[in-house]
Design a binder for this molecule. Sequence first.
Ligand SMILES: [Zn+2]
Length: 354
Amino acid sequence: MTDILPFLKSLLSISGLSGFERPAAQLIEEKWRPLVDETSISRVGSLHGLKKGSGKEPRPSIMIATHMDAIGMRVSQLTDGFLHITNVGGIDIRVLPGMEVTVHASGSGEELPAVIAMPSARLLPESEANDAVAIKHLLVDTGLTPRDVEVKVRIGDLVSFANEPLELSGDVVSGHSVDNRGSVAALTVCLEELQNKSHRWDVWAVATVQEETSYLGAYSSAFQIRPQVAIVVDGTFAKGPGANGWQTFPMGKGVGLCIGPNMHPFLHEKLKEVAERTEIPWFLDVTPAHSGTDAYAIQTTFDGIPTALVEFPIRYMHTPVESVVVKDIQRAGRLLAEFIASLDEDFVNTIVWE
Ligand SMILES: [Zn+2]
């Protein structure tokens, strides 16, 4: 199996905030171009890669959706040369102070290095002095004079995490946007695996936009492609200090197969069969309601596209130090490829809800 680590690290080194995914799309397109027959960008910026199947036309198609957008921040106000920020997507604000960030300054077109700082505890309201500080009190410091900031930075400019991914021991990589660039890496593993496998169905590899904010990419790509079947890959909560044992899953122990209202039970069973047959370890994740992923959007498109959700555990979700075991990503990718290779032309007619 190819080593996905270098590509994963490059995915974790670029911005591409929700709604502004172009840097991520460019990097992914470059990687996918030799692995698929054609690539294109949707009207809202999602990346589509089509790998044609060997079956007779018209061929059924499967869409694998991985969101490429990242959470981050935006400038909400300028005060004496410092930037106030607000969040893009659901960010865990407790870990922001002290982070290195990049301000994408539209006034000058520069990428300004900066840090997130916090006023001294003595200057904060008493209620905030000892606990996590609300985002409205945090400041981004570029080091520039107030005058230069006024010229270079505009309200609304993006602020992305700048910390480089870090390889920890035990096959763990930590960085910003592991959710969900880890899934993009898994889909890339799948495409690489498919180079040596025959598959009858057309495969649409999709890196969606705006999952963290609106599901825009998932909805619009499902409409454009109208696949017979879809699989979404996303992160789930890993076990770790302070995490309860019943909503979390161990890292490095395999991939999650979800059941719940947004997942087609028949597809779930098939994925389970393939995982068992190919000896890919898996765990069951019961999602009681709306999955909070692209699976919701794709499944509720048209007459209800049969959709499954494959997951890998992430520690410290929605922080700049999200951590993952690389082997779980490889496993997710291999499972996707094995599943796709197992599809015969008639599969679509065998799908029943119950
Ligand atoms: Zn996600």
